[in-house]
Design a protein around this ligand. Structure first.
Ligand SMILES: [Ca+2]
Ligand SMILES: [Ca+2]
Length: 294
C-alpha cells in the first residue's frame, strides 16, 4: 500500500514536471509580414513568442504597427534575431495599446516578435515601407570605402538604423573652387564633415538642410562624411571645369531675398540649392581660404 502511494506521488510529480515543460518558451514562426499595411492577427499565451519575419526589398522607412489587446511585449530584431528595440504594452480587450516601430532600414530580413512570459490575449500587426531614393554603394561606412562623388551629380543617400557614416570622395588635379551642396528634408539634423586626403578635418557643417558653399581647395583627394540623424539626404560637389559654371544661378536668386535663404532655397529646389551657393559661398570662402592657406 505504501509502495502504491509512493508510485502515485512520483506520478503526480512527473505530471507536474510535464506541465511545467509545456509552459516553457515556445518559438512560433508565422508567415512573413507583408509590407502592404494589411493586419495580421494572432493570439498569444504565456511563454509563447510569436515571430513574424518581414523582408525589406529596398532601403526605406519601415513602420511596423503593433497592437495588443492584453499586456505584453513586442521586440524588433534583425535577421540574426538580435533585438534592437522593444516595447511593453498594457492593453486590454476593451482598450488596446498601440506602438509603432519606425526605422530607416537597409534591404534585408527582420523580425517582429510578440509575446513574453505572461502575455495572454489577442494582438495584431501590420507593416509598411516608404522607399527612399538611394545611389549608395556598399562599404561607404568609412573613408576606405568612400563612394566617388562625380562632379555635378546629385547623389541620394540614406542614413539607416545602423549607418554611422556615409562617405563620399572626390579628387582634384589642381587647385579648384569646389561648390559643395547637400540637403535634407528631415526635422533632425544631418551633418557634413569635409576631410582632406589624410582624413584631417577641414570643415564641418551642423545640419545640411539647404547647405551650399564654395570652397577653394588645393589639388588632392577629399572625403565628405554625412552622419547623425537617420533618414535620406542629397549631396553634390561641382569641381570639374566644364560643370563649374552654373547657367541658371543668376536667375535662380532673386535680388533682395529673405535672410532665411537657406530654408527657402532648399524648399524650392529640393536638393539642388544653386541660388544659395553664391551667398553661402562668398561668406565661407574667405574663412576657408584663411584656414587652408594659412
Ligand atoms: Ca554607410
Ligand atoms: Ca547609408
Amino acid at each position: 500500500m505504501r509502495r502504491i502511494a509512493l508510485l502515485l506521488c512520483l506520478l503526480v510529480l512527473a505530471l507536474g514536471a510535464g506541465a511545467a515543460l509545456a509552459e516553457d518558451s515556445q518559438f512560433i514562426e508565422h508567415e512573413p509580414l507583408t509590407l502592404d499595411g494589411v493586419w495580421a492577427e494572432g493570439a498569444t499565451r504565456p511563454g509563447e513568442y510569436h515571430y513574424y519575419p518581414f523582408t525589406v526589398e529596398e532601403v526605406g522607412l519601415a513602420t511596423v504597427r503593433v497592437q495588443l489587446f492584453c499586456g505584453g511585449r513586442a521586440q524588433i530584431m534583425d535577421g540574426d534575431l538580435i533585438q534592437w528595440d522593444e516595447h511593453y504594452f498594457n492593453g486590454s480587450a476593451g482598450a488596446p495599446e498601440t506602438h509603432d516601430f519606425i526605422y530607416y532600414l537597409e534591404p534585408g530580413t527582420y523580425y517582429l516578435c510578440v509575446g513574453n512570459g505572461s502575455s495572454q490575449g489577442d494582438y495584431r500587426l501590420k507593416a509598411t515601407l516608404e522607399p527612399c531614393l538611394s545611389d549608395e554603394t556598399p562599404n561607404n561606412d568609412d573613408y576606405l570605402g568612400a563612394q566617388v562623388l562625380p562632379s555635378g551629380e546629385t547623389l541620394n543617400g540614406v542614413l539607416t538604423q545602423w549607418d554611422e557614416h556615409d562617405y563620399y570622395t572626390f579628387t582634384l588635379t589642381e587647385e579648384t573652387a569646389v561648390y559643395l551642396t547637400a540637403n535634407s528634408t528631415l526635422d533632425a539634423a544631418q551633418n557634413l564633415v569635409l576631410y582632406d586626403g589624410d582624413m584631417v578635418k577641414l570643415a564641418e557643417k551642423y545640419n545640411v538642410k539647404g547647405y551650399a558653399e564654395e570652397i577653394l581647395l588645393p589639388a588632392g583627394t577629399y572625403y565628405v562624411d554625412i552622419w547623425s540623424a537617420k533618414g535620406p539626404y542629397t549631396v553634390k560637389a561641382v569641381y570639374a571645369p566644364e560643370a563649374a559654371a552654373p547657367e541658371a544661378s543668376a536667375e535662380a536668386a532673386p535680388a533682395g531675398d529673405a535672410p532665411d535663404a537657406e530654408m527657402s532655397a532648399a524648399d524650392e529646389a529640393g536638393g539642388d540649392v544653386q541660388s544659395d551657393a553664391s551667398r553661402a559661398g562668398d561668406a565661407m570662402l574667405g574663412f576657408l581660404q584663411g584656414l587652408l592657406g594659412g
